[in-house]
Design a protein around this ligand. Structure first.
Ligand code: NAP
Length: 246
């Protein structure tokens, strides 16, 4: 077993999947969390196991506090501690604000925001006594600058930024760093509904002239998880190719 353990939520697909691969191959024990994509998660688990990595797999809906608590206890049982918590699981939905139903609103807030409260509060039970830990929350550029047709998504992601900043202040004396990654437009299933034409326009509007890859975000997370970032807390880092510069 490795010395350090990372729990990465929503890691069956997309950005979380890339993070799992990078962390597992960089000397971390990794808990792969999935909710609906059991096949993809099992394939990832088997692939990494066959390469000699220390990974484990857990099905949990992160918007359900009981399932989150069980997942974190399971992780402690498997690996003994949690050094890095990456709150990556998330959903998006394009909808005109006036069409958003109460159900839509609550689902978005439950999956993208309440989940971060549940996982973080539970993980801290194990991090605070160790006087060490790294929490990395995945927000979005739309949480920084707001996205039309995505008000509920933008709201949830802006709240994650606020939570990161406040928690960083509270947890600094416990030597726990809390930071946020706010990705730009990244090529995953999440942007499957965006037409090729719009994607070309978005590329043109990006100074680096391309969309992001899940690996671009995973590399940033690996840095924030490492000792190289020990003096960084409460910050929002936005790998977005220059699409948003604040
Ligand atoms: P994705 O390809 O759609 O993958 C989403 C992941 O989240 C899946 O592994 C999914 O697991 C998991 N997930 C969703 N709801 C869950 C729940 N209730 N419980 C547990 N896991 C859940 O999306 P992605 O692009 O990788 O997005 C990852 C994160 O980056 C999200 O927080 C997203 O908001 C953020 N982000 C993405 C972009 C982008 O352009 N792609 C930009 C900015 C920010 P299952 O399939 O197993 O349910």
């Amino acid at each position: 077993m490795n010395n350090k353990t990372a729990l990465i939520t929503g890691s069956s697909r997309g950005i979380g999947r890339a993070m799992v691969k990078l962390f597992a191959k960089s000397g971390y024990n990794v808990l792969i969390n999935y909710n609906k994509s059991e096949k993809e998660a099992s394939e990832l688990y088997n692939e990494l196991k066959s390469e000699g990595c220390f990974v484990t797999l857990y099905k949990a809906d992160v918007s359900n506090v009981h399932e989150v608590n069980s997942m974190i206890k399971f992780c402690i049982g498997e690996f003994g501690k949690i050094d890095v918590l990456i709150n990556n699981a998330g959903m998006s939905k394009d909808k005109l604000f006036t069409d958003i139903t109460n159900e839509d609103w609550h689902e978005m807030i439950n999956v993208n925001l309440n989940s971060v409260f549940y996982t973080t509060q539970m993980a801290l039970k194990y991090m605070i006594p160790e006087h060490s830990g790294k929490i990395i929350n995945i927000s979005s550029i739309w949480g920084m600058v707001g996205g039309s047709y995505e008000v509920h998504y933008s709201t949830s992601k802006a709240a994650v930024i606020g939570m990161t900043k406040a928690l960083a202040k509270e947890l600094g004396p416990s030597n726990i760093q809390v930071n946020c990654i706010a990705p730009g437009i990244i090529q995953t299933d999440m942007i499957n509904n965006v037409s090729d034409e719009i994607l070309e326009i978005l590329k043109d509007e990006t100074p680096l002239m391309r969309l992001g890859t899940p690996e671009d975000i995973a590399n940033c997370a690996l840095f924030l998880a490492s000792d190289n970032s020990n003096f960084i807390t409460g910050q929002v880092i936005s790998p977005n190719g220059g699409f948003v510069i604040t």
